[in-house]
Design a protein. Structure first.
Length: 277
């Protein structure tokens, strides 16, 4: 089994390379930081900015790109007035491999790889990525649809885990998690995560059900095609900042509230392990 930190490093490496390719090999240098967490954050910040400049990261109110559709919306006030946090589905082009090969064959593609590896050096992992790495992961993505929000069935604990994720026009991310018993559909738990800047990986507020997060379900039902429809409202108070947060304005988010509505959340099955899996 590949160690988790190695998988994380490879995933980040491929993400940085993909961003560099989208940005046509921009090579703005971010200053290195002695703190490894700060270094990682600086690279994520820079990569996200490169992608935004290249039009690769859709913000909440941006026109939909080819292959994108709206799954649903969370309308929420997280201290900035009511905002729409839009959740998207994205279908990867069937010929994404050919598109990638064409881009990698140009000088801009080679420059993008060099730029990505320069960024990765600042993580201190010693890893490098190349065109083969990108071809491998992108080849598996061709024709597939990726969803911001979904329902995950975890059979071993008889649970349906609903994830509702949305992005606002200012770049903020909201992630509402709700769990249900897979037989009775009774709600069993909830959580809320608010990240004011999508690219700030350590700067978020988060809390779980009980006194911190309250969810009211108006509708949760399975559709004829196997997808799920859900609608309701939520409220939260005194959500603590992440222990690794560096740039949040306060140590707690005093309050958050809103509504949500999704008509067709895809159902995914948690892979089974062991005998008979």
């Amino acid at each position: 089994m590949i160690p988790l930190h190695t998988q994380m490093q490879k995933t980040l490496g491929l993400a940085v390379l993909a961003v560099a390719l989208a940005g046509c090999g921009k090579a703005d240098d971010a200053s290195a930081n002695a703190d490894s967490g700060s270094s990682m954050q600086a690279i994520v910040d820079e990569a996200a900015q490169d992608a935004a400049d290249a039009g690769a990261l859709p913000d909440g109110d941006a026109p939909l790109k080819e292959g994108q559709s709206v799954q649903g919306t969370l309308q929420a006030d997280v201290g900035n007035g009511m905002q729409a946090f839009r959740s998207l589905s994205t279908k990867v082009a069937d010929d994404i491999g050919e598109q990638l090969d064409e881009k990698l064959g140009r000088s801009e593609g080679q420059e993008a790889i060099a730029d990505a590896n320069k960024k990765l050096e600042k993580l201190g992992t010693g890893m490098q990525v190349d065109a083969g790495d990108v071809r491998e992961i992108v080849g598996d993505m061709a024709g597939k649809t990726f969803h911001d929000s979904q329902v995950l069935h975890v059979d071993i604990i008889k649970s349906l885990q609903v994830t509702l994720k949305g992005t606002a026009g200012d770049g903020g991310n909201l992630d509402l998690g709700i769990t249900f018993d897979d037989q009775s559909l009774a709600m069993t738990g909830s959580s809320l995560n608010y990240r004011p800047k999508a690219n700030a990986m350590f700067d978020f507020y988060e809390g779980k059900g009980g006194e911190q997060v309250t969810v009211t379900i108006d509708r949760f039902e399975r559709n004829a095609d196997g997808t799920y429809a859900i609608a309701g409202s939520f409220s939260a108070k005194d959500l603590p900042a992440s222990s690794m947060a560096k740039k949040l304005p306060t140590k707690t988010l005093p309050s958050a509230s809103g509504t949500f509505a999704f008509d067709a959340l895809p159902l995914k099955e948690m892979p089974k392990f062991g005998k008979g899996g």
